[in-house]
Design a protein around this ligand. Structure first.
Ligand code: SDX
Length: 443
């Protein structure tokens, strides 16, 4: 029994009754029967509807793909109305409480929770691939001292494709697996190198004795001590954030990875497209924008004035709203709890008071309620990153690290999907036609 959801359709035998649309083209009086499959109709079924024999046929028009399913996927399920998020069918709440990011990455990529031997091998393979080629360091030195770390991550991940030219062989499952391991293993290293570059500090090499989040903290914050000892409470908070950010079905950046990957380019280049999309302030850059917004508001008593400005259309309430969630983003609810755990270690961030006041006022205000605008994953995450001592420019990088597992899982699904081929949308042409060239003297 399939259930209809707001974010997408669950495949299944669907409701009872005739699973088809009857469409009459009033231009010709012709009637067509379009089958309904998994709550969708095929866009190509409209091409048969022509006003004349030499007519191209009808297309569907859907700017920003607000109502278009681009693929079949078994990786992540979201029900936006109910605020449900599941990775391979496991509720995000249970994974955040009981799992680790590395185990969740295995689940997303392989489809099942690993056995202990599988997890041990997975952790070992990732651990021994955390180093990057020494040339990557000199490549990174080429960036300005104040280069945005997302720009550095984009450049350095794209550069990885030149260090592994065999990655182009995307049809070979063994090759796909080693590139998957490398991407998961090296993303924290490149992210930390970008941070250290901005701080003017020497790069810190991976420490294979530490777990995934602990090693990342080591590469970020190790100074003169012989061995960095990550605070387990901060490492766990980071691990939970990584779990929450791992995948989110066909979001903007994942859609970019799938589209670029559909040309059969290597996975490093496809993931680079995802990093570039995530960089945008409406997507992964929102957590950085939230902190800057809170800093700009400055105090709790200025919140009402700010909200009035948002309602007047002067700006958006960053960290609020979502294309799919028309209820609380379940990740925001979990992050809000993790904030308290982190603040026990680091002390309370005064911006939290402003964020709580913003949330309180917005959730009672008709403007936000009528538009179903609730806090999303980015609203509170920045407070944790700031408490960890990260500059706001690193916040989208913290999103890119774990989202790598989702991008790779979706890329693997796409390259093995027999229904997929190179992505190439159509257009509605609005420009001039057949104009004669005009010489310079006559322009
Ligand atoms: C992520 O897709 C994913 O899954 C993304 C993500 C993931 O895990 O990959 O969940 C991560 O990107 C979360 C979203 C982070 N972005 C932000 O917090 C930026 C602020 N949010 C908005 O820009 C917006 O809500 C979007 C981009 C998230 C969603 O935009 P939509 O679906 O295109 O909605 P819309 O812009 O059509 O908004 C509908 C209405 C509009 O008002 P009206 O034209 O009807 O008057 O709501 C308003 C918008 O102006 N609106 C907001 C608002 N978000 C929407 N008004 C004020 N503040 C906001 N944040």
């Amino acid at each position: 029994m399939s259930t209809e959801t707001t974010s997408g359709q669950v495949s299944g035998n669907g409701a009872s009754g005739n699973q088809s649309l009857t469409v009459t083209d009033n231009r010709t009086g012709k009637t067509f029967e379009l089958p309904i499959t998994d709550g969708t109709v095929k866009a190509m079924d409209f091409r048969q509807m022509k006003a004349a024999d030499d007519d191209f046929g009808l297309m569907t028009y859907d700017p920003a793909f607000t109502n278009t399913a681009s693929c079949r996927s078994a990786v992540t399920f979201i029900d936006g109305d109910a605020g449900i998020l599941e990775y391979r069918g496991y509720p995000i709440e249970q994974l955040a409480e009981k799992s680790t990011y590395v185990e969740v990455a295995y689940l997303l990529i392989h489809g099942e929770l690993p056995t202990q031997p599988q997890l041990d091998k997975w952790v070992h393979d990732i651990t021994v691939h955390t180093f990057v080629h020494e040339n990557v360091k000199s490549f990174m030195q080429g960036f300005r001292h104040d280069a945005h770390p997302m720009g550095m991550l984009c450049g350095s991940v794209g550069a990885l494709s030149t260090f592994y030219p065999d990655a182009n062989d995307i049809k070979d499952p063994i090759n796909r697996n080693i590139q998957t391991i490398r991407l998961l293993a090296k993303m924290p290293t490149l992210a930390a190198f970008a941070y250290r570059h901005g701080m003017g500090q020497p790069y810190v090499y991976p420490d294979n004795d530490l777990d995934y989040p602990g090693n990342f903290l080591n590469m970020m914050y190790k100074m003169t001590e012989l061995k960095y000892q990550p605070d387990p409470r901060l490492a766990r908070a980071l691990d939970i954030l990584f779990i929450l950010h791992a995948d989110h079905e066909q979001n903007c950046s994942t859609s970019a990875v799938r589209s670029v990957g559909s040309s059969q380019v290597d996975p490093y280049s496809a993931v680079t497209a995802g990093i570039a999309a995530l960089y945008g302030p409406l997507h992964g850059g929102a957590n950085e924008a939230v902190l800057r917004m809170l800093q700009r508001i400055g105090s709790k008593d200025k919140v009402r004035e700010f909200i009035d400005g948002v309602k007047a259309g002067n700006e958006k309430l960053m960290g609020f709203g979502h294309r799919v969630y028309k209820n609380f983003d379940p990740r925001a609810t979990i992050i809000k709890k993790a904030v308290d755990d982190v603040f026990e270690v680091t002390g309370v961030n005064p911006l939290l008071e402003i964020a709580l006041e913003l949330e309180k006022i917005a959730l009672e205000d008709e403007y936000f309620v009528s538009r179903k605008l609730y806090p999303n994953v980015d609203f509170y995450s920045g407070l944790i990153y700031e408490a960890l001592g990260l500059p706001t420019s690193m916040f989208p990088v913290m999103f890119a690290i774990p989202r790598t597992s989702g991008w790779v899982a979706q890329w693997l699904e796409m390259v093995q999907d027999p229904e997929q081929k190179i992505a190439r949308p159509r257009q509605i042409y609005t420009g001039d036609r057949t104009r004669d060239y005009v010489g310079m003297g006559s322009r």
